[in-house]
Structures are given as structure tokens and as C-alpha cells.
Design a protein around this ligand. Structure first.
Ligand SMILES: [Ca+2]
Ligand SMILES: [Ca+2]
Length: 186
């Protein structure tokens, strides 16, 4: 079963399975957002999926210690969870340096005073996947994922939610985005 699952994950077909033992993975493209608020912005990045990502722009003057965010700029996706389950959230990120290596993450109506911090790991200048430090029990239906300015220089290419635990699977490289799973205003 593990081999089959790995094969299906590799083909991006897991979301099509309907058996009870199925694993579900939904891949979202950051620049295919529902809403965006400056200073978060879309930029070109040749190593990103679709050639684009979102980023918190670098400040004109940067220190060598973490500074409070300049604003609450964010990118928000209203995305579809295909069934009620516990999901793990991975983000494909590129960090600038130790003062540009994290984002706030809010899922649904998470308390704004206690956001989750994505990243703060020491991999700089290249795309890699980081795992959210908590998992999420989601109902089947629409859910809101908001990535918000915490440090300047942080980039987000894609993120995914999956029912496969991280001990069984770690995403690598660019993942094919799941079509039709993001809500867009008319
Ligand atoms: Ca940091
Ligand atoms: Ca992208």
C-alpha cells in the first residue's frame, strides 16, 4: 500500500482516489490567490512553480536582528478540503536570511494574537518545503489560509494540505497545482 501511495503521490493522483483508505493532497499556487494585501506582492521567480511567487519585499534598510513586521500584508486563499480529516500543511518557501525566513499562518478563524509561525529555519536562497508545526482538523468544504508578513524577504511559491503524515511523505520540488480548489471572487 505504501508503494502504491508513493506512486500515486508521485503522479499527483491521490486526490482522485475515493476509497476509504485514500490519502488526499491538495496543492495550492500562492499567486492563484483569492485575496492579496500589500505589501505582499506577486513577483517573477524562474525557479518557482508557474514562474511566479509572492513575497514580502525587502526593506530599504535591514538590521541583523528580527524586526516587527512593517504591515499586515498577506496572501489569502479560500481553498477546498475534499473530506473531513486531519491535514498537515507544507509550504514551498525561499528565505532571504535569518531576518527574512518566516511567515505568519492563519487558518480559518485562528486567534490573531496567537498566529502560527512558518519557517524560521536556516535554509536560505533556495526553494524548499517547510512543515507547519501543528496539524489542522478540517471539515469537508471551504477553508481560509492566510500567509502574512512576519519578516521581509520571505517568499512563498506553493503550499499544500495533505492527509499523509510527514513521517510517510515529504514533498520535493514543484508539485502540480490541484485545479479548481481555490475560490475566486466573481
Ligand atoms: Ca527569522
Ligand atoms: Ca508559484
Amino acid at each position: 500500500m505504501r508503494t502504491l501511495l508513493t506512486l500515486l503521490l508521485g503522479l499527483g493522483l491521490v486526490g482522485l482516489l475515493v476509497t476509504p483508505a485514500a490519502a488526499y493532497t491538495v496543492v495550492f499556487e500562492a499567486e492563484d490567490y483569492t485575496w492579496i494585501k500589500p505589501s505582499m506582492e506577486v513577483i517573477a521567480d524562474g525557479d518557482a512553480s508557474g514562474g511566479k511567487c509572492v513575497q514580502v519585499p525587502l526593506r530599504a534598510e535591514r538590521g541583523d536582528t528580527e524586526q516587527p513586521p512593517t504591515d499586515d500584508g498577506n496572501v489569502t486563499l479560500k481553498g477546498w478540503a475534499p473530506l473531513e480529516a486531519t491535514y498537515y500543511l507544507w509550504a514551498r518557501v525561499k528565505w532571504y536570511d535569518g531576518c527574512g525566513n518566516s511567515l505568519f499562518l492563519f487558518v480559518d478563524d485562528m486567534n490573531p494574537k496567537t498566529p502560527l509561525v512558518i519557517g524560521n529555519n536556516a535554509t536560505y536562497g533556495r526553494w524548499h518545503w517547510v512543515l507547519a508545526r501543528k496539524n489542522f482538523k478540517l471539515t469537508k468544504g471551504w477553508h481560509v489560509f492566510r500567509f502574512q508578513n512576519r519578516e521581509d524577504g520571505a517568499r512563498l511559491d506553493q503550499f499544500l494540505i495533505t492527509t499523509v503524515p510527514p513521517e510517510d511523505w515529504t514533498p520535493q520540488g514543484i508539485r502540480p497545482p490541484t485545479k479548481g480548489y481555490v475560490w475566486h471572487p466573481e
